[in-house]
Design a protein around this ligand. Structure first.
Ligand SMILES: Nc1ncnc2c1ncn2[C@@H]1O[C@H](COP(=O)(O)OP(=O)(O)OP(=O)(O)O)[C@@H](O)[C@H]1O
Ligand SMILES: [Mg+2]
Length: 292
């Protein structure tokens, strides 16, 4: 909690009917990561509930991407526990976590540039298989054709939702950054994730695209009851779109609270918000990796 007095909101209060509180989709307990002598994360605890949009903010080098790596299974923490829907997954591979409903977009867009937008999105459904194995492929069983139709329909639906229908057949690598980011988002949501991690999703987007992205995130969480954790340097976007904000500084949780509480927190203003005007924090991607 910040010295300025931001209250930690408990998103999982004891229920009035005496039942157990709802299990968060994501829970981190005591997570620490070191890179040699650098403490990237120190004893970090964090929870995100179903249907919640949680913002993760902090200065460059605060540990935000490292935290995403720990949650998604790219990096094993030195200490601590990661839970998804109450199950401990700390030792699970990234693939196993993805198959349990975790999806992620990256600080630097990672798409299959040579594939069309539609095929990038379709690729996220392929792991489920078509049913019937190779035989079904060879003879085109009805069940296989039905699966294929359903997948294409779902891809079309998501492309429409993300404003990508007009560029569905274009290679992602040929698109401007804003559309490429939306294609990456479409790929992340097409399989109806349980937990969605977005690392600087507005980076490189123009105002219209930022507004569309904010709407998409709210639709996704409402329709799919998905938990969303997003890292973002666009403070006005975070303040306007997140239910709750966690502030990291030098690898430690500095404050947790509502957007209002975070904006008024003296320690947060000193460590982060005070450095810049709201909405003026520069992305590390935008400036080519220079620290801001
Ligand atoms: N692979 C690595 N090897 C060594 N140090 C690393 C590595 N990855 C991150 N770090 C260090 O760990 C700390 C946290 O980095 P991280 O990338 O998680 O910060 P961040 O909050 O995502 O920053 P940014 O806002 O610039 O993206 C930094 O001091 C960084 O230099
Ligand atoms: Mg980062």
């Amino acid at each position: 909690m910040g010295a300025g007095g931001a209250t930690i909101l408990d998103p999982y209060p004891a229920r009035a009917d005496g039942q157990d509180p709802i299990t968060p989709v994501l829970a981190l307990e005591g997570v620490s990561v070191h890179f040699g002598g650098i403490a990237a994360l120190t004893d970090v605890a964090l929870t995100v509930a179903a249907g919640e949009v949680c913002g993760l903010i902090g200065p460059n080098g605060a540990g935000k991407t490292t935290l995403f790596d720990v949650v998604s299974g790219v990096r094993v923490p030195d200490h601590g526990v990661v839970r998804l829907d109450g199950r401990e997954v700390t030792s699970w591979s990234a693939v196993r976590r993805a198959r349990s409903g975790l999806r992620r977009t990256f600080q630097r867009v990672q798409t299959f540039g040579w594939l069309s937008v539609a095929d990038n999105v379709l690729a996220a459904l392929e792991w489920r298989g078509g049913g019937g194995g190779m035989l079904a492929d060879l003879v085109g069983l009805p069940a296989r054709r039905r699966h294929e139709r359903e997948r294409r329909a779902r891809v079309d639906e998501v492309l429409e939702l993300c404003g990508l229908a007009a560029v569905a057949d274009q290679p992602v690598g040929s698109l401007p950054i804003g559309l490429a980011r939306m294609a990456e988002l479409a790929r992340a949501i097409v399989d109806r994730p349980r937990l969605l991690l977005l690392d600087e999703p507005t980076s490189g987007l123009d105002d219209t695209e930022v507004a569309r992205l904010g709407e998409r995130i709210h639709e996704i969480r409402a329709e799919e009851s998905c938990a969303v954790l997003l890292v973002e340097h666009d403070v006005s976007f975070v303040m306007g779109r997140c239910d709750r904000i966690v502030v990291l500084n030098l690898g430690e949780v500095l404050a947790v609270g509502s957007p209002q509480q975070i904006q008024n927190d003296a320690a947060v203003r000193t460590a982060y918000l005070g450095e810049v005007e709201i909405g003026q924090v520069q992305s590390n991607v935008d400036n080519g990796g220079e620290l801001t």
